[in-house]
Design a protein around this ligand. Structure first.
Ligand code: PLP
Length: 510
C-alpha cells in the first residue's frame, strides 16, 4: 500500500508525538485527580495550571479566563448559553438590550444550531439574523454597522474551516466601537489557533472557543476563553471543578496533550512558521494548476489561512476528485467533514455568492504545520498523476449496476475477517471495481498479499461470464464497500453463488 498523505487537517489533525507521550505519561503515572488534596492530586493540579498558563500566553488571555472543556462545540454552547442568559437578565431588570443575534453566514453549524436551540429552550425570543459575507468570504461591515444598535450578540469566526478565509476582526471591532454597541461578541477561534497571532485580552472579544484536535492534540479536549467581566453561565454543574465554571473531572490526558502542543508553540521549534506554510501552499497551488486545467480557487489566497486551499474544477464532480485522490493515497474532503456525507452544495460558498457549479464541485485540501517536505514532494507528484489520469480518455463502458434492495448480509466479508477469509479461500479471485482512473493512480494493489484484478464496476456485467462457469469465489473490493456490494449483488443475480463484497473496502482492509 502506498504512503498515506493526509490533507484534511481542518477536519482533524494527527496527534503530535510529544502530545501522545504526555497523555500516556498522565495515564500511566500522573493519573491524579486535580481536585484531590494529597500529593498525587496536587501534582495533577500543578500540571493543569501550567498548561493553562502556557495556553494563556499563546492566545493572549491576559486577565480573562481559560477553561478546559471537551472541545469547541461545548465552548460555543457555553458561550451562547452565557450570552442568552445575560440578555434574559438584562430584560428582567428592564435594562436596554438588543433584540437580534447576528450570525456570520459562514459560521460552523455549531454556532447557529446552538443559538436556535438555546433561544428556544430559554424562550429568549431573539431574532437570529445572518450577517452576510462578501464575495471574498469577509463579513459585510456595512450590514453590521446598520444593525449594530439592535444587536445583543454577534458571532464571527476568526477563520473559516472550509475556505480558510480569515475574518477582519479589527474591522468588526472598529464597527462595534464606533457604533457604541454593547453587543456581546463570540469569535470561534478553532481554525486560527497556531496559524494566526491571537491577543484576545487586547480585543473586546467576549468568548473564544478552541478545539485541541484541530491542532495536533487528541479529540475530546478544548478550551473556552471568557473575557474578564463577560457574563458567564456554566453549562455543566456538579462537583465544582474549574472554580465551579465547568463541572466534571478534568480530562487530564487531553490537558497534558494540549500542554505539549502549547509548549511546542511557545518554543517555536516544532511547527513550520507562517512563511514556510505559505511556501508549501504555493507549491501545492502550482501543482494543482498544472494538473487540473481550468481550476478555480474559491477563496482569495491572500486573505486565507496558508494551510487551506478550496478549489473547483470545471466538469469534474467533487466525488470524482475525492475518489481519485483517495486512490492516489491522498485524503482531502468536499466542503466540511461534518457535511461530507451529504451531497449538494456548500453553504459557505453559497453565502459567498460562488456560482452553483463551483459550490457543488468544491474540494478542500488542508494541511497542518507539521507537513514535511517529503509529504509535500509526494503530494505534488500524486496531484500530477491524478491530473494525467483525468486527462486520459475514458473508454466507454457499460452502465454500472444499481443496488437492488437491501444488501444480503450473507454476501459481505467484514474487513477484520478478510485475512482469514482469504486464507480459507485460497482459490478466491479478488476484483477491484474502482474506475479506470482510480486504478491508474492507485498502481499495483494487493489485499493481504493476494493479487487484485482490476475490473471497473461498469465492466463487471461484461466480464462476468468468464467467472460464472467456474467455482472460484469472487471477492469484490472498492474504496469504501459501496460499489463492491453492487458488483457482488449483480454477479449473484447473474448466477454466481460465491460473489462477495469486502465491507469498508480498501479503507478498512489495512
Ligand atoms: N468551529 C469550527 C470552525 C470548526 O472547524 C469545528 C470543527 O470542525 C468546530 C467549531 C467544532 O469543533 P469540535 O469538533 O471541537 O467540537
Amino acid at each position: 500500500m502506498q504512503t498515506e498523505i493526509y490533507l484534511d487537517t481542518n477536519a482533524t489533525s494527527p496527534v503530535l508525538p510529544a502530545a501522545a507521550a504526555a497523555a500516556m505519561a498522565v495515564m500511566q503515572d500522573g493519573f491524579g485527580n486535580p481536585s484531590s488534596s494529597h500529593a498525587t492530586g496536587l501534582r495533577a493540579r500543578a500540571l493543569r495550571e501550567s498548561v493553562r498558563a502556557s495556553a494563556g500566553r499563546v492566545v493572549g488571555a491576559g486577565d480573562g479566563r481559560l477553561m478546559f472543556n471537551s472541545g469547541a462545540t461545548e465552548g460555543i454552547q457555553t458561550a451562547v448559553l452565557s450570552a442568552l442568559c445575560a440578555v434574559r437578565e438584562r430584560r428582567a431588570r428592564g435594562d436596554a438590550c438588543g433584540d437580534i443575534v447576528l450570525i456570520g453566514a459562514t459560521e460552523h453549524k455549531a454556532v447557529p444550531e446552538s443559538l436556535a436551540h438555546w433561544n428556544r429552550l430559554l424562550g429568549t425570543g431573539l431574532e437570529l439574523r445572518v450577517l452576510p459575507v462578501d464575495g471574498d468570504g469577509r463579513h459585510r461591515l456595512d450590514v453590521l454597522r446598520a444593525l449594530a444598535p439592535r444587536v445583543a450578540l454577534v458571532c464571527t469566526m476568526a477563520a473559516n474551516n472550509e475556505t480558510g478565509v480569515v475574518s477582519d476582526l479589527h474591522g468588526i471591532e472598529a464597527v462595534l466601537r464606533d457604533t457604541g454597541s454593547d453587543a456581546l461578541w463570540l469569535v470561534d477561534c478553532v481554525q486560527a489557533l497556531g496559524k494566526l497571532p491571537l491577543d484576545l485580552a487586547a480585543s473586546r472579544i467576549d468568548y473564544a472557543p478552541f478545539s485541541g484536535h484541530k491542532l495536533y492534540a487528541p479529540k475530546g479536549i478544548g478550551m473556552l476563553y471568557v473575557r474578564r467581566g463577560a457574563p458567564y453561565t456554566p453549562l455543566m454543574c456538579g462537583g465544582g471543578q474549574e472554580d465551579g465554571q465547568r463541572s466534571g473531572t478534568e480530562n487530564m490526558a487531553g490537558i497534558a496533550a494540549l500542554g505539549a502542543v502549547f509548549s511546542a508553540l511557545e518554543r517555536g521549534d516544532t511547527f513550520r512558521d507562517g512563511a514556510a506554510l505559505l511556501a508549501c501552499r504555493a507549491r501545492l497551488v502550482a501543482a494543482l494548476e498544472a494538473a487540473l486545467p481550468g481550476i478555480v480557487f474559491n477563496a482569495p489566497l491572500a486573505q486565507s489561512l496558508p494551510t487551506t486551499i478550496n478549489f473547483s474544477v470545471p466538469d469534474v464532480a467533487s466525488a470524482t476528485l475525492l475518489d481519485l485522490f483517495d486512490a492516489a493515497g491522498m485524503r482531502v474532503s468536499a466542503g466540511s467533514a461534518c457535511s461530507a456525507g451529504k451531497a449538494g452544495s456548500s453553504y459557505v460558498l453559497d453565502a459567498m455568492g460562488v456560482p452553483a457549479w463551483r459550490s457543488a464541485a468544491a474540494v478542500r485540501l488542508s494541511f497542518g504545520a507539521l507537513f514535511d517536505d517529503a509529504s509535500l514532494d509526494l503530494a505534488c507528484e500524486r496531484i500530477a498523476r491524478c491530473g494525467a489520469a483525468l486527462a486520459a480518455p475514458m473508454p466507454v463502458a457499460g452502465a454500472e449496476p444499481a443496488m437492488d434492495g437491501a444488501i444480503d448480509s450473507a454476501m459481505l466479508v467484514p474487513a477484520d475477517t478478510a485475512r482469514d477469509w482469504l486464507a480459507a479461500h485460497p482459490d478466491a479471485i479478488v476484483i477491484d471495481v474502482r474506475n479506470l482512473r482510480e486504478h491508474s493512480v492507485a498502481g499495483a494493489v494487493s489485499l493481504h498479499g493476494r493479487a487484485v484484478r482490476n475490473v471497473p464496476l461498469a465492466c463487471v456485467a461484461d466480464e462476468a461470464p468468464q467467472w460464472l462457469g467456474a467455482t472460484a469465489p469472487l471477492l469484490f473490493v472498492c474504496r469504501s464497500g459501496a460499489r463492491s456490494a453492487r458488483a457482488a449483488q449483480a454477479v449473484r443475480a447473474m448466477g454466481h453463488p460465491g460473489a462477495w463484497s469486502l465491507v469498508g473496502g480498501f479503507a478498512l482492509a489495512i
